[in-house]
Design a protein around this ligand. Structure first.
Ligand code: NFS
Length: 647
């Protein structure tokens, strides 16, 4: 049995065969066992916000069209979506709060220049405790607007003001949105969607942006850095520690102590040649960007990595961590360690993270991994031989340097390339994996299609890792995949055609790049006038929906697949795909496949170019996203696949 309908990554395909041999169940097996999925739930038509129900609306119009309270399909769909957005915003923003707390307790500041810049912006003394206190106050502030919101172009802020969605305190917006979804409060679906945008903006320009800024202060601003990605980064003869989750506070410390001489000596005593730290999911992106640590994989790799038998310890904190990990780890000697007081996991060991002494926690974790290594059975180790070189670590702050050099640093060269038509536009491709789509297939199909059309791609999250695994983050990828104009620009500047700009909270960096492009001049007055777009091709988490919504609220055209649960309401769908554009300047495209997503994005870029009267470009022939023949990994031939669950 081959598993190429589960993933287009050859490493994953190998591990899925191995999983079957081990008798281990993975997310794909469990997803298949859930079939058929609940049709009402999938359309967003099941309401469980009160205890008269759950109520379900008949999508065929034959039976009940309203719930017991009188809520119709549109209100139910909007309410469910709003709750999703509140949860996504809460997750990102609580991450932001956690790193602000770490800033307050910090004894070492890696990036004093950024501290100084932020202190000025936030109107406090150049002192990390003062900055942390000011930032912390933004979560509970009752009066808006949020301070980082002032970075947005004036025209964008005017639109938010007009719509009444300028976010105030981050917590306030999330709580107010939840309140409005309580039984018998907000009954207008569109008003609720506007409220959801307000909470989403509090995440994008608040919680997430604060998280990114503070992490840069604490751990250093990333620079372009080389590393490798995929399961082949696990080392047969070393102690392998995987860090998984989102907050880099502990993972940075684990990387640091893994170089301590006494711990290395301990590892050697146990028979290991060294200590290898690699990441999964967004924590991987954090330690990749700043430390060049290798990436073991994205969301759907978390269980597969454990099945290699080569992982001695996986340490997790919060978000995107499957509760199944302890069961999967039980196939081998692998230890799962949780560290967050917010995320416990039966079957895992809890090693509480001591915020005042992170070093002690990190050393205890590394020692525990070394101890686990001595119980590893080498005959059961099975590491797929797949790994790929990559360059990551681009940010809104360092891009001007890479683009223009030290003497001409700035966004002008990029704007000139867009204006001249060498670059057709800039698209952020972000987000998760989902077992509803063959892993990475949509990310790769869309990114490769965009590159061939001279679109510069910027990426974060699991999407960036998908591209990394397939070699799109190497500078040489420009010659292999980019259209002639983009190729010329990448060759002149020496950048890959796909820029890895970080983790999911670092989508705020993409907003900041857009802001800088507007500020540089010549490309319109707000984000909605730029030839830019966003895409989430394999969206899975609630955070992804919140990100999509703040992108749209910020004036960005956003292709989103699979669509959130909105198909049950024509009103919600029409507002998000059409009407919202008149208000924010952005809108969604809920494309069911990557061909439609690519066509929609390219048409949008061209329309914006035309409106800006930019040089007409000699159009490269359109290459359908599903028609690309090879992914460059030698094996995968299928792209953009909606997965057909095995019965
Ligand atoms: Ni973001 Fe998706 Fe999770 Fe990161 Fe990956 S699943 S919404 S990309 S790891 S947060």
């Amino acid at each position: 049995m081959s598993f190429d309908n589960r993933s287009v990554d050859p490493a994953a395909q190998e591990m899925l065969v191995h999983a079957r041999d081990l008798g281990a169940k993975t997310v794909w097996d469990r997803h298949d066992e859930m079939q058929p999925l609940c049709g009402f739930g999938d359309l967003g038509l099941c309401c469980d916000v009160c205890y008269m129900g759950p109520c379900r609306i008949d999508p065929f119009g034959e039976r009940s069209q309203v719930g017991a309270c009188g809520a119709d399909a549109h209100l139910i769909v909007a309410r469910n979506l709003a709750r999703t957005v509140a949860c996504g915003a809460a997750a990102h923003s609580d991450h932001g709060r956690e790193v602000v707390e770490a800033l307050r307790n910090a004894t070492v500041i890696a990036n004093p220049e950024k501290l100084k810049m932020l202190a000025e912006e936030w109107g406090v003394a150049v002192d990390h405790r003062a900055l942390a206190a000011r930032m912390a106050s933004q979560f509970g502030s009752q009066e808006g607007p949020l301070i980082p919101l002032l970075r947005a172009p004036e025209e964008q802020r005017r639109r938010w003001e007009k719509m009444g969605i300028t976010p105030r305190g981050i917590d306030r917006e999330i709580v107010e949105l939840l309140h409005r979804t309580h039984h018998g409060v907000e009954s207008d679906p569109v008003a609720l969607l506007r409220g959801a945008m307000r909470a989403a903006l509090a995440d994008g320009w608040g919680g997430s942006m604060i998280a990114t800024d503070v992490q840069d202060v604490l751990f250093g601003g990333p620079q372009a850095i080389r590393s490798q990605a995929n399961l082949g980064v696990l080392e047969e003869r070393q102690v392998n520690i995987l860090v998984h989750g989102h907050e880099p506070i502990l993972s940075e410390m684990i990387v640091a102590v893994s170089r301590d001489e006494d711990l290395l000596a301990l590892a050697r005593q146990a028979g290991a040649e060294g200590i290898n730290i690699a990441g999964i999911c967004c924590t991987a992106n954090e330690i990749l960007m700043r430390q060049g640590m290798p990436v073991a994989g994205n969301y759907l790799h978390q269980e597969l990595a454990l099945l290699t038998g080569a992982v001695d310890l996986m340490v997790v904190d919060v978000q995107c961590v499957m509760p199944s990990l302890p069961q999967v780890a039980a196939c081998h000697h692998t230890k799962i360690v949780t560290t967050s007081s917010k995320a416990h996991m039966p079957g895992a060991e809890q090693m509480a993270f001591d915020a005042h002494n992170p070093k002690q926690t990190a050393r205890a974790i590394v020692k525990s991994a070394i101890e686990a290594f001595s119980r590893r059975d080498p005959s059961r180790v099975n590491i797929p031989r797949h790994k790929m070189d990559l360059v990551a670590g681009f940010t809104n702050e360092n891009l001007p340097l890479y683009l223009g050099g030290r003497f001409r640093a700035g966004y002008r060269p990029l704007i000139d390339a867009v204006a001249a038509g060498r670059i057709r536009g800039i698209v952020g491709v972000v987000g998760c994996n989902t077992p509803r789509v063959a892993q990475d297939s949509n990310h790769l199909a869309l990114v490769r299609c965009l590159l061939a059309q001279d679109v510069l791609v910027v990426q974060t999250g699991c999407s960036a890792i998908a591209s990394a695994k397939f070699g799109l983050l190497r500078p040489e990828a420009a010659l292999e995949y980019a259209g002639p104009g983009l190729q010329e620009v990448c060759a002149a500047v020496g950048i890959p055609p796909v820029l890895h700009v970080g983790s999911c909270v670092d989508n705020s960096r993409i907003l900041s790049v857009c802001v800088a492009l507007v500020a540089e001049g010549g490309m319109g007055g707000d984000l909605s006038e730029l030839p830019i777009a966003a895409a989430a091709p394999e969206a899975m988490s609630e955070k992804a929906i919140t990100i999509g919504l703040y992108a749209v609220a910020s004036g960005i055209f956003t292709a989103f697949t699979p669509a959130p649960r909105i198909a049950g309401s024509s009103v919600v769908r029409k507002y998000l795909e059409e009407d919202v554009e008149k208000e924010t300047g952005g809108k969604f495209l809920f494309a069911s496949n990557m061909d439609d997503a690519a066509k929609g994005i390219l048409a949008h870029l061209d329309a914006k170019r035309k409106a800006l009267k930019l040089a007409p470009r000699a159009l490269t022939t359109y290459v359908p996203a599903t028609g690309l023949k090879s992914l460059g990994c030698g094996q995968a031939q299928k792209h953009s696949q909606e997965r057909v669950p095995e019965a």
